[in-house]
Design a binder for this molecule. Structure first.
Ligand SMILES: [Zn+2]
Length: 62
């Protein structure tokens, strides 16, 4: 199955220090997945797993 581009979320939050838009780098867009021990769940690459927030930001594709 072919995926039609990359679907991401972005928002209009700004960095309080620089005043620049965070876009898809806003920390509120990413919800970290918890493992069974209550700590952050790590993916295959050793990075914490996360998913897009359900109620923050808007979807966009390119
Ligand atoms: Zn945001």
């Amino acid at each position: 199955m072919k995926r039609a581009g990359v679907v991401k979320k972005r928002c209009d939050c700004r960095d309080p220090q620089t005043g620049k838009q965070l876009g898809d780098r806003c920390p509120q867009l990413r919800v970290h997945v918890k493992g069974r021990d209550g700590g952050p769940k790590l993916g295959k690459d050793g990075q914490p797993e996360w998913r897009w927030s359900r109620d923050h930001g808007t979807w966009w594709a390119r």
